[in-house]
Design a binder for this molecule. Structure first.
Ligand code: HDE
Length: 487
């Protein structure tokens, strides 16, 4: 019995005698099929890659805690992890870019994923947002098409600016987020120097059953810092993992990044009369109308032990709520409620919740059984059906969602509002003159490679409708005129 310390073994635990030389018949003889360690190593090596995320493939993760700093929050939600000041909840976050593949550069102009998993005592709560408070589109049905334009041309396998701007100029609802993307915030200096947002509107419900609409804002305590585009391009070439490395090193050195979480709270009835559709994720709520209320503080203080195990296998779903937090009718959010867990079942299997980084802290107690990689005891000898008279897990009526009215004909229904210009124009007008200068330049640089003037002119028309000065400046930068009929 080998009792040497630190013995090398096969995956089945058997000691390996020689990991440098295959078993062959003499010096020049054939390799023997019975070299089980050789076969196992080569076969496992072929199966090391799992499908990368179809979006947000490149990312970096860290563990930490969330601490409530405001005793008032329980007025709005019965979510236990927000119930009292000082309450701490472990959490895991994964930051990511959107369009690039697993090995792509960090310092590109792209939104950043800001996916937070709270390991609460009532199960995992996933808040899967971005570093932007809005999004490009507002109906889930357009998402695969949008992402196709962000990826590679189906023939050349090259990134294609014609595809990008053809889609954006034919989807005017994208202008607000496209503006945000081409502003200074489009290229964060590090993952620590950017904010995070839930983007969608969500619903909070308190102990009395009162409902409120809510938007989440994670404000960086490190402040906001962005990269100059030329420097970002240089870094992308020299160190494509610049953001990943910065986050890992700052935590390793004890320089723990932190964010303050605030929410905007909208009274339930306001949704019917507010000047903007509160469920249109291409629009923000004015902070004058709904000021930010502090909720707590998120601190990242532990690096993953193993990237593949904890970051690549992390599974976030906007559908993973806890009592007191519910979905809103936002069509993008509604689509995401299906999309994410479906992606996890594909990438990680039906039992992806058993993977340690995805496992809730509290006991999982249900009648789901079997499936690939069932490694958590598979429910043991407990009953696997309900209703039953053998003391199986029973429902908790307190976890019921707050009933809400639904009405209207089933149809392919467009949003009412098509004002995609006011908020984009407001964003432009909020900028300083040098921020405007850089924004115009970013648009011009990104649109110049577009081969068709009709695409450029369509986009110029949208920009001009948001702000005529801005539209004129982009047109001039592209050597074009604002189309006559627009002025
Ligand atoms: Fe995602 N998105 N998304 N997304 N998304 C994914 O989930 C999807 C959207 C976001 O670090 C995928 O596990 C649909 C908005 C982040 O693991 C996928 C729609 C926002 C991450 C998916 C959207 C996001 C993802 C890819 C339109 C910001 C990384 C693999 C309805 C509010 C999470 C996966 C992580 C990942 C679906 C739009 C943010 C394909 C269907 C809007 C941060 O399931």
């Amino acid at each position: 019995m080998s009792n040497k310390r630190n013995t090398l073994t096969t995956a089945a635990g058997a000691p390996v005698s020689d990991n440098q030389n295959s078993i062959t018949a003499g010096h020049n003889g054939p390799t023997l099929l019975q070299d089980f360690n050789l076969l196992e190593k080569l076969a496992h090596f072929n199966r090391e890659r799992i499908p990368e995320r179809v979006v947000h493939a490149k990312g970096a993760g860290a563990f930490g805690y969330f601490e409530v700093t405001n005793d008032e929050i329980s007025k709005y939600t019965k979510a236990d992890f927000l119930s009292e000041k000082g309450k701490r909840t472990d959490m895991f976050i994964r930051f990511s870019t959107v369009a690039g593949e697993l090995g792509s550069a960090d310092t590109v102009r792209d939104p950043r994923g800001f996916a937070v998993k709270f390991y609460t005592e009532e199960g995992n709560y996933d808040l899967v947002g971005n570093n932007t408070p809005i999004f490009f589109i507002r109906d889930a049905i357009k998402f695969p098409d949008f992402i196709h334009t962000q990826k590679r041309n189906p023939q050349t396998h090259l990134k294609d600016k014609d595809m990008v701007w053809d889609f954006w100029s034919l989807s005017p609802e994208s202008l607000h987020q496209v503006t945000y993307l081409h502003s200074d915030r489009g290229i964060p200096a590090t993952l620590r120097h950017m904010n995070g947002y839930g983007s969608h509107t969500f619903k909070w419900v308190n102990e009395e059953g009162e409902a409120f609409w809510v938007k989440y804002h994670f404000i960086s305590e490190q402040g906001i810092k962005n990269l100059d585009p030329a420097l970002a391009d240089k870094i992308a070439g020299e160190n494509p993992d610049y953001h990943t490395e910065d986050l890992f090193n700052s935590i390793e050195e004890g320089d723990y990044p932190a964010w303050r979480l605030y929410v905007q709270i909208m009274p339930y009835e306001d949704a019917k009369t507010y000047k903007w559709d509160p469920f249109d994720v291409t629009k923000i709520w004015s902070k004058k109308d709904y000021p930010r209320i502090e909720v707590g503080r998120m601190v990242l203080n532990r690096n993953p032990e193993n990237y593949f195990a904890e970051v690549e296998q992390a599974a976030f779903s906007p559908g993973q709520f806890v009592p007191g937090i519910e979905a809103s009718p936002d069509k993008m959010l509604q689509g995401r409620l299906f999309g994410y867990s479906d992606a996890h079942r594909y990438r990680l299997g039906a039992n992806h919740h058993s993977i340690p980084v995805n496992r809730p802290k509290n006991e999982v107690n249900n009648y789901q059984r079997d499936g690939f990689m069932s490694v958590d005891g598979n429910g043991g000898n407990k009953p696997n059906y309900e209703p039953n008279s053998v003391n199986g897990p029973t429902e908790d009526s307190d976890a019921k969602i707050k009933p809400f009215e639904v009405y209207g004909e089933a149809d392919s229904v467009a949003y009412d509002s098509d004002d995609h210009y006011t908020q984009a124009g407001d964003l432009y007008r909020l900028m300083s003159s040098d921020e405007k200068e850089r924004l115009v330049q970013a648009f011009v640089d990104h649109m110049t490679p577009v081969t068709k003037d009709e695409i450029k002119l369509r986009q110029i028309e949208h920009i001009y409708k948001a702000d005529s000065e801005w539209g004129e400046r982009v047109a001039q930068g592209l050597g074009l005129q604002v189309p006559e009929g627009v002025k």
